[in-house]
Design a protein around this ligand. Structure first.
Ligand SMILES: Cc1cc2nc3c(=O)[nH]c(=O)nc-3n(C[C@H](O)[C@H](O)[C@H](O)COP(=O)(O)O)c2cc1C
Length: 284
């Protein structure tokens, strides 16, 4: 999650038995990214090192891609997640060390294109997801994709409980991708203000708009109001440009994202405690 997940969250996730991932662009400088990779390598046991990943922006406007890929080759995250662009760009590198590439997709065209390019799995980002979101209903999207794809399928969007994970698996997903449930953990990079806003928010406090970052995303209403952004003006997309994604991302610093599952976040809990709840909810 942009400006939210970093090495501490990834390490806590891997130790708790789930897979943690962070966007490479969260490290402002490439040297910082290397130190994050190094920390992950140092802190995880060999078994835990099978459970982490990194999100890469593969959009052509993102000029740090090649340098990030060099570090990926050096530190070999077992999972690389691609978003917003051609998922083929990191494939050869990641496959060379036995890693897998999963592509975020929000429609059938993107899903078919990613499969054609040779990705190992699809992440269906459905309506209600935090950050950049899809618009499709999870039930319908999984059914349509499962009709032509029997490979690894990950479902994302509004999944915040063990019950929802069980439902996703019943629906045909192999894994789920959760973001919102983990924003407020102590291991995330966010400030306490953001954590408290997530705790206060419920589903009606989430606003979908493309106008803030150029791509449809879900935002916390309270942060829009604080930044004096009029929710009525939020229908106008702007040009996508990731050339300064690792620099000063003013928008995402002042306007905070979260998905429809925000209502399940009732307290500030450590990653390990959330994972225990997810497991017992799933089993019961
Ligand atoms: C505030 C926020 C920022 C996010 N930023 C990114 C990102 O930079 N790259 C990415 O691949 N996914 C990003 N995500 C999406 C998550 O990886 C995941 O797909 C999504 O959170 C799942 O939906 P959920 O929030 O309803 O659990 C972000 C999610 C949130 C909440």
């Amino acid at each position: 999650m942009f400006l939210i997940s970093g090495p501490d969250l990834v390490i806590a996730a891997a130790k708790a038995g789930i897979i943690g991932a962070f966007p490479a662009t969260n490290a402002r400088q490439i040297e910082e990214l290397q130190s994050w990779f190094e920390k992950i390598r140092q802190m995880l046991t060999p078994a835990e090192r099978t459970r982490w990943g990194v999100n890469l922006i593969v959009h052509k406007s993102y000029d740090r891609f090649e340098r990030e890929l060099d570090l990926v080759l050096e530190y070999q995250p077992p999972i690389v997640i691609t978003a917003l662009g051609n998922p083929q760009r990191p494939l050869e590198c990641v496959h060379s060390y036995g890693g897998v590439v999963l592509a975020d997709v929000i429609n059938i065209e993107q899903a078919r294109r990613a499969i054609d390019k040779g990705v190992d799995g699809l992440i269906l980002v459905c309506a209600g997801a935090g950050g950049h979101t899809g618009a499709y209903n999870s039930f319908a999207f999984v059914e349509e994709v499962r009709a032509f794809w029997d490979g690894l399928l990950v479902l994302a969007g509004g999944i915040s409980t063990g019950r929802a994970i069980k439902a996703a698996v019943t629906l045909g997903a192999d894994l789920v991708h959760m973001g919102t449930r983990f924003i407020a953990v102590p291991e995330s990079l966010v400030c306490d203000d953001y954590r408290q806003m997530v705790l206060r928010a419920r589903i009606q406090d989430i606003i979908t708009s493309a106008a803030v970052s150029g791509v449809p995303a879900n935002w916390l209403r309270e942060s829009l109001e604080r930044a004096k952004i009029n929710p009525d003006m939020l229908h106008k997309p702007i040009k996508v440009d990731f050339s300064n994604a690792a620099g000063d991302s003013k928008v995402w610093k002042d306007v905070w994202g979260a998905g429809h599952g925000v209502g399940s976040v009732m307290e500030i809990e450590k990653v390990s405690s959330i994972v225990s709840s997810l497991v017992s909810e799933f089993e019961s």
